[in-house]
Write a protein that binds this ligand. Structure first.
Ligand code: DX5
Ligand code: ZN
Length: 224
């Protein structure tokens, strides 16, 4: 299993009135990626920010911007975010009419491409597109809101996705999103994840560096 862990704070839980400052603060606190949650009030019942905000924040981040599209349709916004400075663009396969085509267009824009699986969504599709993936994102909450509780069935799905990635022999990140805290990150890593989204756990605390350091300590600790 990869020990090359990445922590990706979600700015959905940041102070929207000071987003540039929040991005700089969380990067200075040790964030490996900035997770950028795009919600459209159609695929999910919430509305966040679009490509213009991504473009404005790009210059505030020295780390990769990890765009998580919770939108339908997908293709036009995937392209817009790639052009707005995203490094990775992930989408929900159930939101795209032609998943393979969407993956191709993200790659053609020079971004890494990811597929996102909701809690009730099976991993079957991976068999047919794994050669086009740089990232698999397992949702451990239903998409749409920060601050929800971790859904335990995600652990089995992470294990299954880890087996699929290892069998493929490809260099694919396994990211988990939703309800990740200092006290469960280790279990998520032990199931096979290597990249961890954390929104409320990081931005809900005054000291971002302390939370990120505590997460890294959990990840580095020897199993009991
Ligand atoms: C949920 C988003 C998540 C969310 C995570 O739809 O995709 O990235 O912001 O927030 P927490 O860590 O608070 O569950
Ligand atoms: Zn997300």
């Amino acid at each position: 299993m990869s020990k090359n862990y990445r922590i990706a704070p979600s700015i959905l839980s940041a102070d929207f009135a000071r987003l540039g400052e929040e991005v700089r603060a969380v990067v200075a606190a040790g964030a490996d990626w900035i997770h950028f949650d795009v919600m459209d009030n159609h695929y999910v019942p919430n509305l966040s920010f679009g490509p213009m905000v991504c473009q404005a924040l790009r210059k505030h981040s020295t780390v990769p911007i990890d765009v998580h599209l919770m939108v339908q349709p997908v293709d036009a916004l995937a392209t817009a975010f790639a052009r707005a400075g995203a490094d990775l663009v992930s989408f929900h396969p159930d939101a795209s009419t032609h998943v393979d085509r969407t993956l191709q267009l993200i790659a053609a824009e020079g971004c890494q491409a990811g597929l996102v699986f909701n809690p009730a969504e099976p991993l079957d599709r991976l068999e047919w597109v794994i050669d086009k993936l740089d990232l698999i994102l397992i949702m451990s909450v239903n998409p749409g809101f920060g601050g929800q509780g971790f859904i335990d069935s995600a652990l089995r799905k992470i294990e299954a996705a880890r087996r699929i990635i290892d069998a493929s022999g490809r260099d694919i990140r396994l990211e988990v999103d939703g309800g990740i805290k200092v006290d469960n990150i280790r279990r998520v890593a032990d199931a096979g994840a290597d990249t961890f989204v954390a929104g409320s756990a990081v931005f809900g605390q005054p000291d971002y560096a302390a939370v990120i350091a505590a997460m890294r300590r959990e990840l580095a600790a020897q199993p009991a």
